[in-house]
Design a protein around this ligand. Structure first.
Ligand code: NAP
Ligand code: G4F
Length: 324
């Protein structure tokens, strides 16, 4: 039987790399959309490179998306590409809107132009809930985004639903709560903490400066979450699903577990710095993934403690190697 083919946008990012691994294990032909830059940034996919087809393209450029789909002739498109860092969205609100919001319409139009049968996954987010109108949050919770990123993702979410309803496309949105891993970007709070733990342990840094320690997040492991993306596209009909662990913790609690892992007391090192507070905060995220559990049979496998352990151990080893 001919192999299934998938295009992943955002393949150089955290989720893209885990999803590529997952699909390769399922014997897919995997095509990754790569935007041009003056230096390569393939760290997260270098171990897969001989198994992947990389296609040049950008969510800002309609023609490149059409060409990518004509080249790959995919059965499935996973749209993970985005300007995904919330604070940057206040600094570059229009760019964020163009990539994270309108980029989705460009991809949906590219699908309509090439093959309407292609199944489409959109990376929606718990940032849609923002100033949460109820807790826990499920597929029926009203949205109230709190950043240009969240607002762009709201547009992206609704345009996905709109193309499904307007053109009968198999388009799904996964409303994923925060998910982390040793491949998380260094600017996100979890990796910022585990990386700092490693640098402090190795005597390179003396403190870690953070913003709001009281915000709560429902943190899962990225490797578990990409499976849910795939499951959504294997169903008989397209739909939207919340993907979450159902546990919420403060940034303070994350610090405690991460520093403990390295035998350090977090209170001796963490300094609150106003510069890292946001103009508008998302105070509490806690997801109810009952629908995904019932319909997709999806459940998270990696515990919070295990995930933090993975991240701290990875960073301790990485910093040790760098300082050799
Ligand atoms: P990430 O590590 O920041 O990766 C983002 C990816 O998007 C990178 O590969 C980046 O490419 C690519 N990209 C940026 N601008 C692009 C453009 N103009 N055209 C094409 N690609 C572009 O993000 P992630 O954590 O893997 O998240 C994946 C997706 O899920 C994102 O859409 C994010 O908003 C969403 N999401 C994430 C979480 C989470 O907790 N991680 C939760 C909910 C939703 P470069 O390498 O070239 O920069
Ligand atoms: O790690 P964060 O930057 O992630 P955030 O804003 O929740 O966004 C991530 O998850 C979303 C899903 O809900 C994705 F859609 C999005 O693309 C991204 O992957 O911040 C988490 C929390 C915030 O409340 C922030 O105020 O940590 C708090 N925080 C406190 N000190 C900090 C810091 N965040 C960062 N990045 N840096 C700090 O020093």
């Amino acid at each position: 039987m001919a192999k299934k083919r998938a295009v992943i946008t955002g393949i150089t990012g955290q989720d893209g790399s885990y999803l590529a691994e997952f699909l390769l294990e399922k014997d897919y032909e995997v095509f990754g959309l790569i935007r041009r830059s003056s230096t390569v940034n393939f760290e997260r996919i270098s171990h897969l490179q001989d198994k992947l087809e990389l296609i040049s393209g950008d969510l800002l450029d309609q023609k490149s998306l059409v060409t990518a789909l004509q080249t790959a002739k995919p059965h499935e498109v996973y749209n993970l590409g985005a300007q995904s860092f919330v604070p940057a969205s206040w600094e570059q609100p229009m760019l964020t809107g163009e990539i994270t919001g309108l980029g989705v319409t460009r991809m949906l139009e590219a699908i309509r132009t090439t093959d309407e049968e292609i199944r489409f996954y959109q990376a929606s987010t718990s940032e849609l809930f923002g100033k949460a109108q109820e807790t826990p949050q499920s597929e029926t919770t009203p949205f109230y985004p709190r950043s240009p990123y969240g607002v762009s993702k709201l547009y992206a979410h609704w345009i996905t639903i709109n193309y499904r309803e307007s053109f009968d496309m198999f388009a799904c949105a996964g409303i994923l709560f925060n998910h982390e891993s040793p491949r998380r970007g260094l600017e996100f709070v979890t990796r910022k903490i585990t990386h700092a733990v490693a640098r402090i342990k190795h005597g390179i840094d003396e403190e870690l400066r953070l913003g709001n320690l009281d915000a709560r997040r429902d943190w899962g492991f990225a490797g578990d979450f990409v499976q849910a993306m795939w499951l959504m596209l294997q169903q008989d009909k397209p739909d939207d699903f919340v993907i979450a662990t159902g546990e919420t913790r403060t940034i303070r609690e994350f610090c405690q577990v991460a520093f403990d892992r390295a035998g350090l007391d977090w209170e001796n090192y963490v300094v609150v710095d106003e510069r890292f507070f946001r103009p508008a905060e998302v105070n509490i995220l806690l997801g109810d993934a009952a629908k995904a559990s019932e319909t997709l049979g999806w459940k998270p496998e990696t515990s919070f403690e295990k995930m933090v352990q993975l991240m701290v151990d990875h960073d301790l080893e990485m910093v040790a190697k760098q300082s050799e």
